[in-house]
Design a protein around this ligand. Structure first.
Ligand SMILES: Nc1ncnc2c1ncn2[C@@H]1O[C@H](COP(=O)(O)OP(=O)(O)OP(=O)(O)O)[C@@H](O)[C@H]1O
Ligand SMILES: [Mg+2]
Length: 279
């Protein structure tokens, strides 16, 4: 490619490993993969368990992974992520979660009462994210989800965000690109899949710091941090370890992929993985 690198695209789910070997390797289509300088994991949410084990195996071979397996697993667990962010004092919407509360009314009141946002833990692209305007509606929705044995999260509704969120792309401890996604008319979810529109945005120093702190808390070198602009400052909604690049490159006109390669060129020394999959 343009920067003089050779790139192989490898389907994570078709990688297999010989774990007992004293010389660890990753095998693919009948052969051991060459010893790469670096890997860029793109692990879909539905394959986190197997995907992170493949990344861990690359780490054991000494290959640099832009995001470590441990950090990917950490960020994939929405509840754990919010707990870690809260421990670091990073702004986030007040959030409650429960498996089978016998006091649903209290769960709702505890995040400030209606209106609240109720989210399915496994939801993505805005599906499974519901706005409940009243206490009664919130209780009914939570009861319905629980009847289906779905894990949920109840969150303070940040109305002043006006149906917009900010996606910050953090690479190597810096925000290298940011876009604002505005929801379609009459919709509070800004997901592009739900008709949201993306535009370039200027971040305040506090927003920049929040995004960088969130990435650092997760231990991710490259990630998308989604913020809501609230009257109490930026609030982190999510940290995504496999952020899409196309949308943000189009919205900002920046060569995001180029900047990711630059980071790898500077940092991909063998055995630079901090955890080597431990912990
Ligand atoms: N607490 C909130 N207050 C205001 N708006 C919210 C809140 N939570 C979510 N939203 C809006 O709904 C959208 C979808 O929510 P969220 O990003 O949590 O779910 P998702 O996109 O389905 O999941 P994921 O981002 O994990 O793939 C957000 O982009 C945001 O615009
Ligand atoms: Mg989202």
């Amino acid at each position: 490619m343009a920067r003089g690198h050779t790139v192989d695209v490898v389907d994570t789910m078709h990688c297999y490993m010989d774990i007992t070997s004293s010389r660890p390797s990753v095998r693919y289509k009948g052969k051991a993969l060459p010893k790469y300088d670096a890997v860029i994991p793109r692990i879909g949410a539905s394959v986190t368990f197997y995907g992170t084990s493949v990344v861990r195996q690359f780490e054991m071979t000494g290959t640099f992974s832009i995001n470590e397996s441990v950090a990917i697993s950490r960020s994939r667990d929405k509840l754990r992520s919010l707990q870690l962010l809260s421990r670091k004092g990073i702004g986030m919407p007040r959030t409650g979660f429960a498996n089978h509360p016998d006091r649903i009314d209290d769960l709702i009141k505890n995040v400030g009462g209606a209106p609240v946002v109720i989210k399915l833990l496994e939801g993505t692209q805005g599906i499974g994210v519901v706005l409940a305007d009243t206490q009664k509606a919130a209780e009914a929705i939570i009861e319905a989800f629980m009847g289906l044995n779905a894990s949920i999260l109840v969150q303070e509704f940040i109305e002043e965000a006006g149906g917009a969120d900010i996606r910050c792309l953090v690479v190597g401890g810096k925000v290298i690109a940011a876009m604002k996604r505005q929801a379609a008319e009459g919709e509070f979810r800004s997901n592009l899949h739900r008709g949201g529109v993306a535009k370039i945005v200027r971040l305040s120093p506090q927003e920049r710091k929040t995004a960088v702190d969130a990435a650092k808390t997760m231990g991710l070198n490259m990630c998308g941090v989604d913020l809501l602009r609230s009257k109490n400052g930026p609030m982190v909604m999510e940290v995504n370890s496999s952020p899409g690049l196309e949308g943000i490159e189009t919205a900002t006109g920046k060569d995001v992929a180029g900047m990711i390669f630059e980071f790898i060129e500077k940092n991909a020394k063998p055995n630079r993985t901090r955890t080597k999959g431990k912990g």
